[in-house]
Design a protein around this ligand. Structure first.
Ligand code: CAA
Length: 282
């Protein structure tokens, strides 16, 4: 059993917390205030109840898993955590500041992991005294369903930290792991995001309808969902953040976010989580 701390109980943090409590860990989720903590608990409970209704786990196991979940609004409660996985929004300054705080609070042996989608790990570790304990552990949405976890080492990450989180994700959580180097987007998003923003550009240009773009990729290439539905699922704010981060890293036009993506995020159309994106979600 790992004493796991999860920072942020949004889509990704809640998913990580859920699979960890189901794997038997003691999990503490940090949120910014009580309302956000309550929302995070509700998110986890809803997903676990869905697993019960689909007979993926028994009601007893679900109850026991939920008994291993705690929420807090105080970072000082993370003092006893052996592993922390941060799942805050993709705002570099926010993550850097948070890791500096974690550095002071946690034991020097604790591993500090980030679920960043695209920000280089060494930049997040900038103000951590011993950056060898900072590592990228990147899950995919929806976390309970997608098998992959990317493990990202910065130039300073220790082989021990990499081995610990790889074993944790692979052997304990049952995920498939791949190793990636510390450059924007790692392996998967460096390939996925240009495809998503190209699809948005194609729609924005009026060349094809959103339905035809999605139908084309589902039926022509066997993808489980088309690129505009997938963008809505990932969250348009996340797609924008990752595209900006990739553009910042590589300065290549195919990473540049299209104006329509920016306008939708500015309008609050974030996809499934806000009820509206390329499609409407009741
Ligand atoms: N939580 C838990 N389980 C879920 C779920 C969720 N949010 N969404 C779907 N599921 C489960 C369902 O319960 C169902 O399980 P069973 O087959 O055992 O009944 C299974 O997944 C399939 O779900 P559905 O039948 O409802 O729908 P579907 O067949 O369309 O599958 C999907 C849904 C698994 C999400 C599938 O559409 C898919 O794989 N889509 C692509 C997702 C993807 O590419 N994710 C990566 C995004 S990139 C990312 O996350 C990285 C980043 O940094 C941006």
């Amino acid at each position: 059993m790992t004493q796991l701390g999860v920072v942020g109980g949004g889509t990704m943090g809640a998913g990580i917390a859920e699979i960890a409590i189901r794997a038997g860990d003691d999990v503490l989720v940090l949120e910014r205030d009580q309302a956000a903590a309550d929302a995070a608990r509700a998110r986890i409970e809803k997903s676990i109840n869905r697993a019960v209704s689909k007979s993926k786990i028994s009601a007893d196991d679900a109850e026991q898993a939920l008994a291993r979940l705690s929420l807090t609004t105080s970072v000082s409660d993370f003092a006893d955590r052996e592993l922390v996985i941060e799942a805050l929004p993709e705002i570099e300054a926010l993550k850097v500041g948070f890791f500096a705080e974690l550095d002071k609070i946690t034991a020097p042996t604790a591993i500090l992991a980030t679920n960043t989608s695209s920000i280089p790990i060494i930049r997040i570790a900038k103000d951590v005294a011993d950056p060898s304990r900072v590592v990228g552990v990147h899950f995919f949405n929806p976390v309970p369903v997608m098998p992959l976890v990317e493990i990202i080492s910065s130039l300073a990450t220790s082989p021990e930290a990499v081995a610990t989180v790889t074993e944790y994700a692979r052997d304990h959580l049952g995920k498939k792991t791949i190793q990636a180097g510390d450059r924007g987007g790692f392996v998967v998003n460096a390939l996925l995001i240009p495809y998503l923003v190209d699809a948005i550009r194609m729609y924005e240009s009026g060349y094809a309808t959103k339905e035809d773009i999605d139908t084309g990729m589902v039926n022509g290439c066997g993808h489980p969902m088309g690129p505009l539905t997938l963008s809505d699922t990932v969250g348009l704010d996340v797609v924008l953040d990752v595209a900006e981060s990739l553009y910042d890293e590589f300065r290549q036009p195919h990473y540049a976010p299209p104006p329509l993506l920016r306008r939708m995020v500015e309008a609050g159309y974030l996809g499934k989580k806000s009820g509206k994106g390329f499609y409407d979600y009741a």
